[in-house]
Design a protein. Structure first.
Length: 181
């Protein structure tokens, strides 16, 4: 099985570097020169990291054989994957998006929606729960609010603070423009 660790963004500069959206908690381990990634679409890869550096909060990668901006532009939107066999099987410190998407979100025994996505953020991750009404509810993915993740059982248990679901659902009706999913 493969695990997505990044998505390539726009080119940076004229020497073939690209910005990447990092989807891993350990970028310093995943994006070292010499690392080869499986790429989707397959026609864009495999790609081997030649350089990795941070520009403020944005990771910039250079790949072997990608020498200029035009070549880098062809990689935009490509997804970078590693083989999960490379991962430490004893690592239970976190969850990957592919493990969470589709799980029922429960408050007590009541199903309040399904996990639609995981947004990895600098401070804390956010679960995107699609409510029964189709609206998205953002839930901080912290132990106090999500005390149980049961992948085998097909659910996550939520203990949301009072009003979390009300606040999220009311926002959609305030006349503020909604973001496209």
């Amino acid at each position: 099985m493969q695990l997505q660790v990044a998505r390539i963004g726009k080119p940076h500069g004229i020497r073939g570097e690209v910005t990447v959206q990092v989807l891993t908690d350990a970028p310093e381990d995943r994006f070292v020169p010499g690392t080869e990634f499986v790429v989707e679409p397959a026609s864009a890869g495999p790609l081997t990291v030649e350089s990795a550096r941070w520009n403020k909060d944005i990771l910039l990668l250079g790949f072997a054989g990608i020498e200029n901006r035009n070549q880098a532009e062809t990689l935009r939107g490509a997804k970078l994957f590693i083989e999960t066999e490379e991962l430490d099987e004893d690592d239970d410190e976190g969850w990957y998006e592919h493990e969470l998407v589709g799980l029922e979100a429960r408050v007590g025994s009541q199903v309040v929606g399904k996990v639609a996505a995981l947004h990895t953020m600098p401070v804390q991750d956010l679960l995107v729960i699609e409510g029964a009404d189709g609206k998205e509810i953002l839930v901080p993915f912290v132990e106090q609010i999500v005390p149980e993740v049961d992948v085998a059982g097909g659910f996550i248990l939520l203990t949301p603070p009072d009003g979390l679901f009300d606040i999220n659902s009311e926002d959609a009706g305030t006349g503020e423009p909604e973001e496209n999913a």
